[in-house]
Design a protein around this ligand. Structure first.
Ligand SMILES: *Cc1c(COP(=O)(O)O)cnc(C)c1O
Length: 369
């Protein structure tokens, strides 16, 4: 049996350290916004190459709070637009609509990311920002996207929930835009033992606003200049994340090794493999996503061979019931085809070459009904 993502096994590698971190917090008597959060924010900002890191409760809040801060500071109005890829996880879109902004859903490029050539046609006078998602762990085409945003005066927000450590020419995802949102949900490349997230930015003013917004809008205790929320990163998760951060680069290297085996050895006329746009550092393989017109049959075959798979994702945001009123009329054929055809194979740090080859053999031996 090859599990999709054995989190217990991944965290067991650091069982003693994580237990010690939990005890450190327990014994400190300080559980919210204390020394562990401050230390993690400094360590994560340094690792990512950003001036600031602001810990928040989860990845969705990271994106939502940045857009909220910009909307207020820049005087954006309800219904102003934010461009985003149509084939993203729904959180990217929820962050936009939660702020009463309008998502402009753009079809992706061949790498499942925002297509810089599609931005011009989607631009309207009400567009205020671009939300670029580094989907599946692959850095988007940040050169042309950054250039486009600069030329048109748009804010650039990166959704790095799947792309911790992905880099283009040595610069990490999350250090390109005006701000970036990270998730440390347990299954991400850097994961806590529960919900956690962060914003990175080089902007002092935005960092200052977010530190208040996440804490009821309060810069100074019991003094509220703005209406904030409670979206704080817990000390215990910051402590776990500090233990795990030093492993991310090595883990990503292991993910690349497994991905290389899949890319070199999976050979099937009905299966297409993911493309890599940049150098080896540009992809951290949060997910290894193959495509087939007969995806469901392949998934059944793999399950019968003991290989667990998942779908990322089965339904695109514009086809979700909750967005029927907003997007019900939209036709996005490329995005819809992606959701019908994608299948994610098991891949995790610590997976052996032998296990990867079992997956390869299972795929290659598939003969559809
Ligand atoms: C996981 C994820 C999020 C949301 O992160 P949470 O911490 O679960 O709120 C946002 N965007 C993408 C692309 C994700 O994969």
């Amino acid at each position: 049996m090859i599990p999709f993502l054995p989190l217990q096994r991944i965290n067991a590698r650091q069982r003693e350290q994580l237990a010690a971190a939990a005890l450190r917090v327990l014994d400190s008597g300080w559980y919210v916004l204390g020394p562990e959060v401050r230390a993690f924010e400094a360590e994560f900002a340094a690792w990512n190459g950003s001036r600031h890191c602001i810990g928040v409760a989860n990845g969705l809040d990271a994106l939502t709070l940045v857009l909220h801060a910009w909307k207020t500071a820049c005087g954006w109005e309800d219904g102003d637009e934010v461009m985003v890829t149509a084939n993203t996880y729904i959180a990217s879109v929820l962050a936009i609509t939660a702020n009463r902004l309008r998502p402009v859903l753009v079809e992706p490029d061949a790498f499942y990311n925002l297509d810089p050539d599609a931005l011009g046609a989607a631009l309207t006078p009400r567009c205020r920002a671009v939300l670029v998602v580094h989907l599946y762990g692959q850095a988007a085409a940040m050169g042309p996207i950054t250039e486009f945003c600069g030329r048109h005066g748009l804010k650039l927000l990166e959704d790095c929930a799947q792309a911790h450590g992905a880099a283009l020419d040595g610069k990490k995802a999350g250090a390109f835009g005006d701000a970036a949102g990270f998730s440390f949900y347990p299954g991400k490349n850097l994961g806590a033992l529960g919900d956690a997230g962060a914003v990175t930015t080089d902007c002092d003013e935005l960092a200052d606003t977010l530190r208040a917004l996440r804490n009821y809008g309060s810069h100074v205790k019991y003094h509220n200049l703005m209406r904030g929320v409670n979206s704080r990163l817990d000390e215990i998760h910051a402590a776990f994340l500090r233990e795990k951060l030093p492993l991310v680069d090595a883990d990503n290297a292991e993910r690349r090794n497994i991905a290389r085996i899949y890319l070199e050895e999976i050979r099937h006329p009905l299966v297409s493999l993911p493309g890599v746009r940049g150098g080896p550092e540009s992809h951290v393989w949060h997910l290894f996503v193959i495509r087939s017109r007969m995806r469901d049959d392949l998934a059944r075959h793999l399950a019968a061979r003991g290989v667990e798979t998942m779908l990322h994702y089965p339904i695109p945001p514009h086809r979700q019931k909750c967005y029927m009123d907003e997007f019900g009329m939209l036709d996005l054929p490329e995005t819809e085809a992606i959701h019908r055809e994608v299948l994610s194979l098991p891949l995790w740090p610590g997976m052996t070459g032998e296990q990867a080859r079992e997956v390869v053999d299972a795929v290659n031996s598939w003969s559809p009904e």
